[in-house]
Design a binder for this molecule. Structure first.
Ligand code: HAM
Length: 425
């Protein structure tokens, strides 16, 4: 028997009802904040990710699904391709490709879809997982650099998590500064690491040389006390970055969104500048980040595009669903009616009645004329129906139907014309 590939999984009903409910709510919220959907390819040129996310990150150095795509015919060249490990790089590539900045306004884009990382699978961590990603990107003249955009994004996220019903989320905030600050901070880290790095794990020893900031991502328990004593990024922010961060926090305070500062949170991708953030939830265990994001003011230029400061985030949809389920969120959408034909020749009448109900917006499922009444009741209950509607010869003749409320047991006769209204109650 062929098994699913490690780290992939099938999403089945009734869980998919919850996935769809969350996505419908999220799309409605995005529309209220004037975000519009973008769909980018699932695979791209490998160098898009290695340049954007960074060669030294875990994502690029260990986790990408990459293959050499052979040339077909003389007009094509062999090319290294990768499944997208995240959405931001592809969105910025599309922004440059289609000159979306030429409009002179902010682009507010969202993307929902699968991402791929070859991580060690565990609860909340898969090799194919889903992100709900949103980005605000545009020329500086459109206000893309303003701390007001950071605050708008964070306020939207707080509203989004509240409205999908997630309780007790926590927001952690940091600023990783601009390129100049980062260079100074990296230098300070390198110096501080020099006398201690030989006690650290092999990854940290390499990163201390190539990209010391990435040492802060280390999860090895023995390295943590050393990392805790390293210099803090806040000491290396220049005045404009300090002011930008202060303005973001002041706006969050104004609208009453609680947060805590976590100076070790540098995020596992190299493109970030200034504000970075994560929202966590206690119901998730070790993989507690429901979502992460931040500002990336230099990415467009790094990819040879125009200056286009930006901020965005990606929700781990698998984790959001797990967190909702950990609070007892019910998956199944309730079926309103189970139409039970009783006796031979009744299937066609039942189909006609179900058609009327479904066209009136009632969710209805159908039994079969060969089923005994007892079996129809069992099926209606298994389907979680609110009502069973019985349709036999007498009902067809009288054009009214026996309707039983399966929770209360109450049974009434309802004329065809009033049936949809009754079931909707
Ligand atoms: P990220 O922190 O790498 O950021 O991923 C965002 C979220 O995706 C995580 O917080 C987590 O919920 C989920 N996630 C990541 N890896 C896995 C996995 N293996 N299994 C399940 N869920 C996972 C980014 O991807 C950035 N592109 C976010 C961003 C957008 N920053 C600016 N704009």
């Amino acid at each position: 028997m062929i098994k699913p590939v490690r780290g992939t999984r099938d999403l089945l009903p009734p869980d998919t009802d919850l996935w769809n409910r969350v996505e419908a709510k999220v799309r409605a919220i995005f529309a209220r904040y004037n975000f519009h959907e973008i769909r980018t390819p699932i695979f791209e040129d490998t160098s898009l990710f290695s340049r954007s996310v960074g060669e030294e990150t875990d994502i690029v150095s260990k986790e990408m699904f990459t293959w050499e795509d052979k040339a077909r015919g003389q007009s094509e060249k062999a090319q290294s391709l990768s499944l997208r490990p995240e959405g931001t790089a592809g969105i910025v590539r599309a922004y440059i490709e289609h000159r979306l900045g030429d409009a002179g306004t902010l682009q507010k884009l969202y993307l929902i879809g699968p991402m791929f990382r070859r991580e060690r699978p565990q609860k909340g961590r898969y090799r194919q997982f889903y992100q709900i990603d949103a980005e605000i990107i545009g020329p500086p003249t459109a206000g893309s650099e303003s701390p007001a955009r950071d605050a708008e994004v964070l306020e939207m996220l707080a509203t989004l998590l509240d409205e999908v019903g997630l309780r007790d989320w926590k927001l952690q905030l940091n600023s990783v500064g601009c390129a100049v600050d980062r260079a100074r901070y990296n230098k300070a880290l390198r110096e501080a690491l020099q006398p201690v790095v030989h006690q650290m794990c092999a990854d940290c020893q390499r990163r201390a040389e190539t990209n010391p900031l990435r040492v802060l991502d280390c999860k090895v328990p023995e390295d943590q006390p050393i990392i805790d004593r390293l210099p803090k990024i806040s000491q290396y922010l220049d005045e404009p970055c300090r002011e930008h961060f202060a303005a973001v926090r002041a706006m969050l305070d104004e609208v009453g969104i609680p947060y805590s500062i976590n100076e070790r949170m540098v995020r596992g991708l190299d493109y970030y500048t200034r504000t970075t953030f994560e929202f966590t939830h206690g119901g998730l265990g070790a993989q507690s980040a429901v979502l992460g994001g931040g500002r990336y003011d230099g990415l467009s230029e790094l990819l040879e595009g125009p200056k286009a400061p930006a901020i965005g985030f990606a929700i781990g949809e698998d984790r959001l669903i797990l967190a909702l389920q950990s609070q007892g969120e019910q998956a199944r959408e309730n079926l309103q009616a189970f139409v039970a034909p009783l006796g031979s020749g009744m299937n066609r009448h039942a189909l006609k009645l179900a058609r009327e109900l479904r066209r009136a917006g009632i969710s209805a499922d159908l039994g079969d004329e060969n089923f005994r009444l007892k079996k129809s009741f069992e099926l209606a209950e298994k389907a979680g129906a609110k009502y069973i509607v019985i349709i036999g010869e007498n009902e067809v003749a009288a054009d009214q139907f026996a309707v039983k409320d399966l929770a209360s047991g109450e049974q009434v006769q309802i004329p065809r014309a009033n049936l949809a209204a009754h079931l909707r109650k």
